[in-house]
Design a protein around this ligand. Structure first.
Ligand code: CTP
Ligand code: MG
Length: 181
């Protein structure tokens, strides 16, 4: 696979995992997942992880995967780059894995004494990759290994932190997010 093709496929394949966090920021609020419970003297997850945000995030990722699947053939024909369609389980693995990764990160932040909104360099940028890729490999094994070649995975690991930093800066500038990370 040529470099450009690998980058386009990586970005396309990861879109259903990229969108959930942004949808959660827009839709978040209401009852926190941990119900306000603490572990030791610290919150289990904190007020930043809500049921509504999580559900909206997963829904947005799955719907986007559906939309991309509808246009995948046309995009492939027009661009000459073979972008993949998503199976329902692949869509679910990517979207739910992204939210699960984000929730796991908050859990780790609270355990290490970080307040809600505190930054955790590295974890903030890659939490959703670390969970969404293995979960997708588990739920949609054949699809995963066909799409996520080593080249694609390498691009994802490099591209994701760059995209994450950029979109969060934009969300911060637009006043959608309280911190630029
Ligand atoms: N959000 C949500 N549910 C999620 C993820 C995010 O409701 N599962 C919403 C919350 O309103 C949250 C905002 O999106 O405040 C920003 O998300 P994030 O940066 O992940 O949360 P933080 O508030 O920074 O909290 P934490 O320190 O736990 O990451
Ligand atoms: Mg945050």
């Amino acid at each position: 696979m040529a470099v450009l093709e690998t980058i386009v496929v990586a970005f396309w394949a990861m879109l259903p995992a990229y969108v959930p966090n942004n949808a959660a920021v827009l839709a978040g609020g209401g009852r926190p997942i941990d119900g306000g419970r603490t572990w030791g003297d610290k919150r289990v997850l904190g007020d930043g992880k809500t049921w509504r945000g999580t559900a909206a995030g997963i829904l947005a990722g799955v719907l986007l995967a559906g939309a991309l699947t509808l246009v995948a053939d046309d995009v492939s024909a027009a661009s000459g780059i073979d972008v993949p369609a998503f199976t329902p389980l692949a869509a679910l693995g990517l979207a739910a894995g992204a939210m699960l990764g984000d929730i796991t990160a908050s859990f780790l932040k609270r355990r290490t004494g970080r307040q809600r909104g505190a930054m955790f360099p590295g974890l903030d940028q890659l939490d959703f990759v670390v969970v969404s890729l293995p979960l997708t490999a588990l739920l949609a094994t054949e699809w995963f290994f066909e799409v996520f070649t080593w080249g694609v995975i390498a691009v994802v690991v490099v591209l994701t932190p760059i995209l994450h930093v950029t979109t969060n800066m934009i969300a911060y500038q637009l006043g959608l997010k309280d911190e630029p990370w």
